[in-house]
Design a protein around this ligand. Structure first.
Ligand code: C5P
Length: 399
């Protein structure tokens, strides 16, 4: 999703420059066209050669380089970019940008730039919390710059506090948000993800192979497209997406209650969780002991959350409903049946038998069937790309 994007990457002089080198590598790997501009101080931490090698392009450091290959470097580089980011952005560079200084190539380019600008501050926490820096950042926000607040933690100077450059994952989310269509702005979406676990004794439960990857990808991409996201998740080992409200629910009954508690706030509900259809009738107080014979476990049905939401449909303001169907045979027929039975606006059907689709894999191939039985089949995509495709379809259905 970052392929072929022209990114001007400003680097100012903080110890976090070495992390920026990794970001340049990631961007180049994603197919982006990255041009790095460094302040003099930044070149003291990491050599321009490192950035040139990682970006595969020449690095710019000075205003008056005779062989820059650009006629008016400080204007032309800015004219050619789709996005300009500064990482790490030091207190000094932030102050210059806030006050319109153009005393080096990076700050001159920032003044000449008309593309979206993202600032990733990194500095000692006292410097970051100082009134001057706060005022400068507020001013940059007024200019329309995106400011990605640094993380808290142990700093290179030994202090503990806010000021660490965010990790690549957070930076990537910010970049994707800058490029994503903002078609979910002002919308509240509930997304369920992962498996549910149905305990039958203090040590054991029944569950399924869902990893939560598809639901988490849906949550991250909805956030990137401007939505307020409530992610109701069964147990997974995935990292919480930034800027998303996460509600943990272990069992189907807990997930049911969490969905119903938040239903009135939602414009869209996407049930991507693999909810257990049954739960053990009784939770044994003590761990079941091993014996020589077989044992029988009585199961009772769980409520079908989505079906219940479908029944409520029709009232003014009811949210758009999206379901998932994980199938191992008769995919499309089963999908259509569930779409009708649960009164959905859209069902996403996927094959759980293939090795590159369904549970736990990083890729997926989906068939989307909408309320008018229009079918759209995707090629094999990453789950993130699949999530974008699903939101494209939902945005069209919302119109
Ligand atoms: O009928 P089936 O379980 O295959 O339907 C799958 C869809 O219904 C998924 O979107 C899943 O999240 C949802 N579901 C539910 N409550 C259940 C079981 C499934 O909301 N108890």
């Amino acid at each position: 999703m970052l392929a072929d994007k022209k990114i001007l990457f400003g680097v100012s002089g903080s110890i976090a420059v070495y992390k920026a080198a990794e970001w340049v590598r990631e961007l180049a790997k994603a197919g982006a066209d990255v041009t790095v501009v460094m302040t003099e101080a930044a070149t003291r931490f990491v050599s321009p050669l490192t950035f040139a090698t990682l970006s595969g392009r020449r690095v710019y450091t000075g205003m008056f380089e005779p062989d820059s290959g650009e006629e008016v470097t400080h204007i032309n580089l800015a004219k050619k970019c789709d996005l300009f980011l500064v990482a790490p952005a030091t207190a000094q560079t932030i102050a210059k940008l806030a006050n319109g200084f153009a005393d080096n190539l990076l700050t001159s380019l920032a003044l000449a730039n008309r593309a979206k600008m993202l600032i990733f501050p990194a500095m000692n926490s006292n410097m970051y919390c100082h009134g001057a820096t706060r005022a400068n950042l507020a001013r940059l926000k007024d200019y329309g710059y995106g400011i990605i607040e640094p993380d808290e933690g142990k700093l290179a100077c030994g202090d503990e506090g806010v000021g660490r450059l965010v990790d690549w994952e957070t930076a990537r989310d910010a970049l994707l948000s800058a490029f994503a269509p903002q078609d979910l702005l002002e919308k509240t979406v509930i997304i369920t993800a992962g498996p549910t676990c149905e305990p039958f004794d203090p040590a054991r439960h029944l569950s399924n192979r869902s990893s939560g990857k598809m639901g988490f990808a849906l949550a991250r991409s909805a956030k990137q497209r401007g939505a307020r996201v409530i992610l109701i998740s069964g147990p997974t080992s995935l990292k919480k997406p930034s800027g998303v409200e996460v509600i943990n629910s272990a069992t189907a009954l807990e997930m049911h209650d969490a969905v119903m508690d938040n239903y009135d706030r939602a414009d869209i509900v996407v049930m991507s969780a693999a909810v257990s259809d049954y739960r053990p009738a009784k939770l044994k107080e003590k761990k079941v002991k091993k014996g020589s014979g077989s044992i029988a476990l009585e199961l009772v049905p769980n409520p079908d959350i989505l079906k219940e939401l479908g029944k409520r449909k029709g009232k003014a303001g009811s949210p758009l409903l999206v379901g998932f169907a994980a199938e191992s045979s008769d995919h499309l027929e089963e999908g259509k049946r569930k779409l009708k039975e649960k009164k959905l606006d859209l069902i996403v059907v996927n094959d759980i038998i293939g090795t590159e689709t369904g549970f736990a894999s990083d890729t997926n191939q989906v068939s989307l069937i909408d309320r008018d039985y229009q079918l759209e089949k995707s090629p094999l995509l990453t789950k993130e790309e699949c999530a974008y495709l699903i939101w494209d379809k939902i945005a069209r259905l919302m119109q």
